[in-house]
Design a protein around this ligand. Structure first.
Ligand SMILES: [Zn+2]
Length: 253
């Protein structure tokens, strides 16, 4: 017997109504508005940027990885960027995701925080060979990570750097086995490359891809430029100060 067409018996109609009622009670098929889809996408992106993979999140709430990826890209069906809603059941599941330590490498996270910590450790006088040892990585790899400008790294790598950084940044390299010569070499390399010290960052900025190191406490102003000059570091090293000077020169013309 078909459920389609005009010739349903009343028993069939009742059965269908009951089916839909049960589905609605489970949240299936009930679509929420675009705003809810955006809200769910933001939750997924937040956990992802902290290192959980979509696979791990999907596994936790019993949905498929593809479903979560579709929510993130606000994509349903074939039209990308189409304004979409979200099924209440999917929404509820996504909002219930709890933080779990990422498995294996974890997700790809912004690499800037890792790089800034490695560079700040060099400014403090730690050589990359010294830093890489407790991380269990080869110094060539760590040196590459400190210098390149990759946008992303894996959560596991980020975490290894944060762990070493938190332990070392408050101690004197000479107290933990670095020789005066090694400290001088690390500091000279850091200066040559224009690396920012730990004090130029705070907890809100060090992992933010859009943030710049605050070298002077007044970067982006004439005072900032003056302080750079007094410190003997080129103001060209700091983007806001260099932009300020360019703007000032342009105003004179
Ligand atoms: Zn500056």
């Amino acid at each position: 017997m078909s459920h389609q067409g005009p010739n349903k018996t009343s028993a069939e109609k009742l059965a269908i109504q009951k089916y839909h009622r049960l589905q609605r009670a489970r949240g299936v098929g009930e679509m929420m508005k675009h705003g809810a889809a955006i809200e769910a996408a933001e939750v997924l992106k937040r956990w992802h940027v902290m290192g959980m993979t979509y696979y791990q999140m999907a596994d936790q709430i019993g949905l498929s990885e593809a479903t979560l990826c579709n929510v993130v890209t606000l994509q349903r069906g074939k039209v990308k960027g189409e304004v979409v809603g979200i099924c209440r059941k999917t929404y509820n599941a996504i909002m219930s995701i709890k933080w779990e330590e990422p498995i294996g490498f974890g997700a790809r996270v912004p690499a800037c925080g890792m790089r800034r910590r490695l560079q700040a450790l060099q400014v403090a006088g730690f050589t990359l060979a010294f830093i890489s040892e407790p991380m269990g990585r080869h110094s060539t790899q760590v040196s590459f990570m400190a210098r390149n400008d990759a946008k992303y790294t894996y959560y596991s790598m980020h975490k290894a750097v944060v762990g070493v950084f938190d332990k070392l940044i408050s101690v004197d390299p000479l107290d933990v086995g670095q020789t005066p010569r090694q400290v001088a070499v690390a500091k000279a390399a850091a200066k040559r490359n224009g690396y920012a010290p730990w004090t130029a960052w705070d907890d809100d900025t060090i992992d933010s891809p859009d943030a710049y190191p605050e070298w002077t406490g007044a970067c982006g102003t004439q005072t900032g430029v003056n302080i750079h000059r007094k410190m003997g570091t080129s103001e060209r090293l700091c983007r806001p100060c260099s932009d300020f000077r360019k703007q000032k020169r342009a105003d004179y013309k």
